[in-house]
Design a protein around this ligand. Structure first.
Ligand code: SAH
Length: 214
């Protein structure tokens, strides 16, 4: 077996051990090589189940957390998804394998530009990456079937709740940024009804207001 195939097998094993069991999620994560979303020395560590640094002082999430969040989102092939926090673009690339259309926004323009280049190089044509403050959502494309937030807010932002379709699901970390946060799943049940499930403790960078300097 090649070194590359062996590393991919080890990553899949780590994902299963962490509770990622949905075969569609595992297949998507087997297909999308995380090293495309990392630079320099960090690309060599792409198959390790750890968060790693990306530009603008941000981080690419741990693969098992990406897998668990994607699984919790219960994506269907016809879904239109909004991701807040493009970062490296890795999570959006995984979602692009499972859904019809993915919109992803980040407050750092340079991260959005780099992620677009990787999507283009990998032929992922169903992703639109935009520079925006994701706390306002993306009203011009709402409503969304699924919303995934990859930065922590103290509470679920109101505009995101409003842009979730009835029957839609949002997964997001909530809590103070410098402590352990909870990953929660919000299901919109009716015009103004929401069900909340607490999934597990996580640690994400904070959801910050406005557009970033870079
Ligand atoms: N999903 C990413 C990791 C995200 S790290 C990946 O797969 O690599 C969190 C990202 O959220 C950072 O890039 C940060 O710039 C972004 N972010 C923080 N606050 C934001 C906001 N209000 N709107 C949009 N993006 C935001």
């Amino acid at each position: 077996m090649s070194r590359e195939a062996e590393r991919t097998m080890q990553l899949l094993y780590a994902l299963r051990s962490a509770g990622v069991t949905d075969p569609r999620v595992l297949t998507a994560m087997e297909r999308i090589d995380r090293s495309h979303f990392l630079r320099g020395i960090f690309a060599e560590r792409a198959h390790e189940d750890v968060p790693l640094p990306i530009p603008c002082g941000q981080t690419i999430s741990q693969p098992s957390v990406v897998g668990l969040m994607t699984q919790a989102l219960s994506v269907s092939p016809r879904d239109k998804i909004l991701e807040i926090g493009t970062g490296s673009g890795y999570q959006a690339a995984i979602l692009s394998q499972l859904a019809r259309r993915v919109y992803t926004v980040d407050r750092f323009r340079s991260l959005v530009l780099q992620a677009r280049e990787v999507f283009e190089a990998l032929g992922l044509h169903n992703i639109t990456a935009l520079t925006a403050d994701g706390s306002h959502g993306l009203p011009e494309q709402a409503p969304f079937d699924r919303i995934l937030v990859t930065a922590a807010a103290e509470d679920p932002p109101g505009p995101l709740l409003a842009q979730l379709r009835i029957g839609g699901i949002m997964v997001l970390p909530v809590g103070q940024s410098d402590t352990v946060q909870s990953l929660i799943r919000v299901t919109r049940t009716a015009e103004k009804g929401f069900d909340y499930d607490e999934l597990r403790p996580v640690r994400f960078v904070p959801l910050l207001p406005g557009i970033g300097p870079e």
